[in-house]
Design a protein around this ligand. Structure first.
Ligand code: GBH
Length: 478
């Protein structure tokens, strides 16, 4: 028989995960049902001025009541995996004590529906929605929150461990720490660089404690991970100053997680860069060992690269532009760093389209952590949907974006990177955090008046790729 080179037809490995991802607060709604209490995102979105036009997740896309229809849509998309998160305050309303059965039952029904449809559930324990009661007790800057998180992880594992194999502790702890407590553009909206660094450490600790709790509660064979938004950092020029700026952002953006979780400790440069802010006395003996529990895979979320330069002394810093140059910086220890957006195609978020960044990130990670399978746990793009007179939605830009990024993933695999899956962000249009419902990332369009779901043309193209395991160009249907 004929052997075809991998690159000619762009065929992906046979057991590749073809998925889509969501997060609880962004899709579920049912904010006060069945015992659920407010999380920091309920509080934040109901605080005037925090979210675009005062949007909130009270109803979101009502996935809590429509999950059966949504699982059917996943089938239409040809998915063999689905990544979702559990709302902590739905299963453990106060963040302490026993679980609420009704909350757990919702996830049990969802998982059963997925398994019946032949779709592998990939469960994330924490996608930014801390129970408000725990924030009132100090939130992630406090050590106790890490311990609470591990207890919660154990509760969910006891309830769902017989049917869920793939577990993720945290989604993008960088956002929780530095957007939540540093720049304040995410809940709980605090703007204190020291609180942000303390939060980062307690997220690392919480991750490690949760991995231990999961290992104790789950059957052997469970596959545990964390999902990080790793910054593909590039210096604006080759100057020593810009390369130093890139080094700093790599340290406080990537090393702050990869160090303790995968390399045995924080990078020394992190302590040096932030020495004027804190002496890190909140790090106790044994903490980095706890954070470094062995993992079975690493989730990588990628949207666009991070381009930086150094602002020389006496030079103006760029205006607050929502792209890193915020009034309150989410980058402690990097006050003289400016952020840039490359020229060329951009998504509706203003983020440059740069698939080479994903290839470079995956190949570098795989070389650095041999034997650790990588999964692209989020990648996708916002564009403005145009709904046709017949109700159809044609989104060729999204298909082109995903096609280019899948090509980059394929190239990374051909170059030796151990990438075992891809999750499109997102299954459905949903609550895009501080942007409310103004930005649409879905493969499936949601009419926010009727909550009717309509697969976009990109969804039909993605289904063809997922079913065949072969990357075809978006054609008529894309
Ligand atoms: C992901 O976050 C989320 O996991 C998901 O819930 C969300 O809906 C999706 O992406 C789309 O946004 O300019 O320095 O402040 C993406 C997080 C957003 C992190 C942009 C970095 C810019 C950093 N990224 N952000 S800065």
């Amino acid at each position: 028989s004929e052997t075809r080179p991998l690159t000619a037809v762009r065929r992906f490995p046979p057991d590749f995960l073809w998925g889509a991802a969501t997060a609880a607060y962004q899709i579920e709604g049912a904010a006060a049902e069945d015992g659920r209490t407010p999380s920091i995102w309920d509080t934040f979105s109901h605080t005037p001025g925090k979210v675009f036009q005062g949007h909130n997740g009270d109803v979101a896309v009502d996935h809590y009541h429509r999950f059966r229809e949504d699982v059917r849509l996943m089938g239409e998309l040809g998915l063999n995996a689905y990544r979702f998160s559990v709302s902590w305050s739905r299963v453990q309303p106060t963040g302490r004590g026993p679980a609420v059965q009704k909350g757990l039952d919702f996830y049990r029904r969802l998982v059963d529906e997925l398994l019946a449809a032949g779709i592998e559930p990939a469960l994330t324990l924490y996608h930014w929605d801390l129970p408000q009661e725990l924030e009132d007790a100090g939130g992630w800057p406090e050590r106790a929150t890490a311990e609470r998180f591990a207890a919660y992880a154990g509760l969910v594992a006891d309830a769902l461990g017989d049917r869920v194999t793939r577990w993720t502790t945290l989604n993008e702890p960088w956002c929780s720490a530095f957007l939540g407590y540093g720049s304040g553009v995410h809940a709980p909206g605090r703007t204190d660089p020291v609180a942000a660094l303390r939060a980062a450490h307690h997220l690392n600790l919480g991750h490690g404690l949760a991995v231990r709790a999961l290992r104790a509660a789950l059957p052997a064979g469970a596959k545990l991970a964390v999902s990080l938004n790793l910054h593909e950092v590039r210096p604006l020029t080759a100057s020593a100053a810009d390369r130093e700026a890139a080094r700093r952002i790599d340290t406080v953006g990537n090393g702050v997680w990869l160090g303790p979780m995968l390399e045995g400790g924080y990078p020394e440069e992190l302590f040096a860069d932030t020495a004027h802010l804190t002496d890190w006395a909140f790090v106790r003996d044994g903490d980095t060992e706890t954070a470094g529990q062995p993992l079975d895979w690493l989730g990588v979320n990628y949207y666009t690269p991070t381009v930086v330069s150094r602002v020389a002394e006496g030079e103006e810093k760029p205006q607050d532009d929502g792209h890193g140059n915020s009034a309150h910086s989410p980058w402690p220890g990097a006050d003289d760093v400016a952020f840039h957006q490359a020229d060329g195609a951009r998504t509706a978020m203003g983020w440059p389209v740069d698939p080479a960044g994903l290839h470079d990130l995956l190949t570098r990670l795989s070389a650095r952590y041999p034997g650790l399978p990588l999964v692209v746990s989020e990648n996708g793009a916002a564009y403005e949907d145009v709904v046709g007179p017949d109700g159809s939605v044609h989104d060729p830009e999204r298909a082109a974006y995903v096609h280019a990024h899948l090509e980059a993933v394929h190239r990374a695999v051909a170059d030796g990177a151990a990438v075992t899956g891809y999750f499109l962000w997102s299954l459905l249009d949903n609550f895009e955090w501080a942007y409310g419902y103004a930005k649409r990332f879905g493969a499936v369009h949601v009419d926010y008046g009727t909550l009717a779901r309509t697969p976009k043309s990109s969804a039909r193209w993605y289904a063809r790729v997922a079913r065949s395991g072969e990357l075809c160009a978006p054609g008529a249907e894309g």
